[in-house]
Design a protein around this ligand. Structure first.
Ligand code: PLP
Length: 418
């Protein structure tokens, strides 16, 4: 039985180089994080060998006695952490969780109302060529041009006019907290189901640093790999009323065999999410985003046409509008890449540039908080970003400052090369 280095050096080298890349650079893609070693161990385990169609105690395969334990622990921890009546931990990803949610809440052709993709909504909330846009009748609400925020009176207007079957509250690029009680009221007024997709901010909710949608929504979906910092995967929480429909929408409606190694890793991540270190990390995540938003609104940034959408942030990310900057989204992303900081370009509302270029950036702090960043390090990285975007310093000196931060907060020091 050969090691990967002997059997497949091409892939072993990719693993080594990717580890080095993660260690050397500063990760500020808002949807990314670093999983702890215990999660890597569960995900790289023999549980990957097991077929377990069905649910704990109700499987269609023999030999599920051990994986049943892992899945039940994951379910119990999810319910406890978020105060949910029911949890399904089988979705392979956020997108497959969302496909199952729509399968449970609506029929093809029914109307789904979500935040416009161009204003920060997710592909699965109604993009034309996504399953959501192809199967359902999509209507959208938007953010306000002046404030960059969602106006609940406008959401209500759209809902009253359109009478959707399902309203989704959730986003991939938005910097303020959603008003869940108001969404609930509007859903009740038009007789819609309320689905909250908390993929991005679930970690903040778990830490008590963001209002929880669970008491208000019929169904809540999430990923586990963004602010929570667990394995790449999804999860659905719901009230008892929807439990059967959600379970059968996931399996057999949407998926076959669950990824038991990932479910075990989810259980580990959910255990950590209930702890004090996790709360501290989420608090540093929020502080870091606020520090960054403030620095990007200083005079030099304003002069260079850099604008912070919504004028700040209540969450783990900052949205930068570069419509009036010399740099477009692609150039800004490349500039930061050159100094060792990874971010993603992001369309701004009514973006004049095409989606492959864009006029904005989305910059997140969860991965750096996991790495150990506190206010001092976030202040330094915010200054590096501001100077890179304004042309206020040469890139060589900024790259050196990035390297100092990376060395100060070692990542996976215990991991072996392959
Ligand atoms: N929902 C939201 C709000 C997201 O931002 C994302 C990912 O970016 C997803 C769902 C999909 O998650 P995944 O990439 O795991 O399919």
């Amino acid at each position: 039985d050969q090691s990967i280095a002997d059997l497949d050096p091409d892939i072993a080298q990719v693993l080594d180089r990717e580890l080095a890349r993660q260690q050397r650079t500063l990760e500020m893609i808002a949807s990314e994080n670093f999983v702890p070693r215990a999660v890597l161990q569960a995900q790289g385990s023999v549980l990957t060998n097991k077929y377990a169609e069905g649910y704990p105690g109700r499987r269609y395969y023999g030999g599920c006695e051990e994986v049943d334990v892992a899945e039940q622990i994951a379910i119990d921890r999810a319910k406890e952490l978020f105060g949910a009546e029911h949890a399904n931990v089988q979705p392979h990803s956020g997108a497959s969780a969302n496909a199952a949610v729509m399968h449970a809440l609506a029929r093809p052709g029914d109307k789904l109302m979500g935040l416009s993709l161009a204003h920060g909504g997710h592909l699965t909330h109604g993009m034309k060529i996504n399953f959501s846009g192809r199967l359902y009748d999509i209507v959208a609400y938007e953010t306000e041009a002046e404030t960059g925020q969602i106006d609940m009176a406008k959401v209500r207007e759209v809902a009253l006019a359109e009478q959707p079957k399902v309203i989704v509250a959730g986003w991939s690029a938005y910097t303020r907290q959603l008003d869940f009680p108001a969404f609930r009221e509007i859903a009740d007024e038009v007789g819609a189901a309320l689905w909250v997709d908390m993929a991005h901010f679930a970690g903040l909710v778990a830490a008590g640093l963001h209002p929880s949608p669970v008491p208000y929504a019929d169904v809540v979906s999430t990923t586990i790999h963004k602010t929570i910092g667990g394995p790449r995967s999804g999860m659905i929480l719901c009230t008892q009323k929807w439990a059967k429909k959600i379970d059968s929408a996931v399996f057999p409606g949407q998926q076959g065999g669950p990824l038991m190694h990932v479910i075990a890793a989810k259980a580990v991540a959910l255990k950590l999410a209930a702890g004090e270190d996790f709360k501290d990390r989420q608090a540093r995540t929020l502080d870091g985003a606020k520090i960054l938003a403030e620095r990007l609104q200083a005079e030099d940034a304003k002069q260079a046409g850099v604008k912070v959408i919504s004028g700040g942030t209540d969450v783990h990310l900052v949205l930068v509008d570069l419509v009036n900057s010399e740099l477009d989204g692609q150039q800004a992303e490349d500039r930061l890449h050159e100094v060792g900081i990874t971010v993603n370009r992001n369309a701004v509302p009514n973006d004049p540039r095409p989606p492959r270029v864009t006029s904005g950036l989305r910059i997140g702090t969860p991965a750096l908080a996991t790495r150990g960043f506190g206010p001092e390090e976030f202040t330094e990285v915010a200054d590096i970003i501001a100077l890179a975007l304004t042309g206020g310093a040469d890139l060589e000196s900024l790259r050196a400052r990035t390297a100092v931060l990376a060395e100060r907060t070692p990542l996976y020091p215990e991991l072996q090369q392959y």
